[in-house]
Design a protein around this ligand. Structure first.
Ligand SMILES: Nc1ncnc2c1ncn2[C@@H]1O[C@H](COP(=O)(O)OP(=O)(O)OP(=O)(O)O)[C@@H](O)[C@H]1O
Ligand SMILES: [Mg+2]
Length: 245
């Protein structure tokens, strides 16, 4: 479903944010994307949504090379991808309802269908009663859930979440994770960036780790065995492969 083949990304100015990144995420799989600040997590997610383009290599989504898409084809790709941005990108001069309906407006959905879909998305994240509020009146965690509602309103088959639990306490972060787990259970493909070590350890989910723009391979296992299983997949560090929850 998502495949990176020897992808490198250099930003204007010369900084190489991703170096020869290769990995695959199967249809319906859920994985965490971890790594230090500046490791390239947001860059990787932006490449999948074709917000950024790689300098070399190919990014495939459903066997389509998104790095080669013409701008006219991008709305079709993005209809299939829900993105939760690290910096939220909420519009504070519009209501909760209007924020969620934005992706539908771009796609030209009719009035009745829009109302139905927006309320279904708000219901899914527990914000149904808040549709007339301004996002400024929501707590940090509620704003995060609003971002999730906006990302899923198009019923995408792929959900990309960039640090969705940053700044939330452990309990609230787990609530957000429960929402993602429910999407995973209905077959949505999820890639969630985080450097929340508690979350990485407590959920049995595959972890793809970036370090200075490169995929981290699993550490070598000593002859005696260190208690850690060796990863059979090169270039991907897996905590618990394809757990299926
Ligand atoms: N638009 C840009 N122009 C130039 N350099 C950039 C740009 N965006 C990101 N970078 C650089 O690329 C590197 C990777 O950035 P990125 O935002 O992908 O990291 P990250 O892993 O998401 O970090 P964080 O955990 O802090 O969000 C960083 O060194 C950053 O400064
Ligand atoms: Mg980031």
């Amino acid at each position: 479903m998502i495949s990176f083949n020897q992808v490198s990304k250099r930003y204007p100015g010369g900084f190489e944010a991703l170096k020869n990144v290769s990995f695959e995420l199967a249809k319906g799989e859920m994985a965490y994307l971890s790594g230090h600040s500046g490791a390239g997590k947001s860059t990787l997610l932006r490449l999948i949504a074709a917000i950024e383009r790689p300098n070399t290599g190919a990014v495939l989504v459903n066997n389509q090379n998104v790095s080669a898409l013409k701008s006219g084809a991008l709305p079709y790709l993005r209809r299939n991808i829900g993105m939760i941005f690290q910096d939220h990108k909420l519009l504070f001069d519009r209501s909760v309802f209007d924020n969620v309906q934005l992706p539908l407006q771009i796609c030209g959905s009719d009035h009745k269908e829009t109302g139905k879909r927006v309320r279904a998305a708000l219901d899914k994240v527990g914000l149904l009663g808040r549709e007339k509020s301004n996002p400024i009146a929501l707590s940090g965690g509620e704003q995060q859930r609003l971002c999730i509602a906006r990302a899923i309103v198009n019923r995408p088959s792929i959900l990309l979440a960039d640090e969705p639990t940053g700044n939330l306490d452990a309990e609230y972060a787990q609530e957000i994770m429960n929402i993602f787990n429910s999407f995973h259970q209905v077959g949505v493909t999820l890639l969630i960036s985080t450097h929340d070590t508690g979350m990485l350890q407590s959920n049995r989910v595959r972890v793809i780790t970036l370090k200075h723009g490169e995929i981290q391979t699993a550490p070598p296992v000593t002859q005696e065995g260190s208690g850690q299983a060796a990863s059979s997949k090169p270039s991907v560090l897996s905590a618990a492969e394809g757990s299926g929850l």
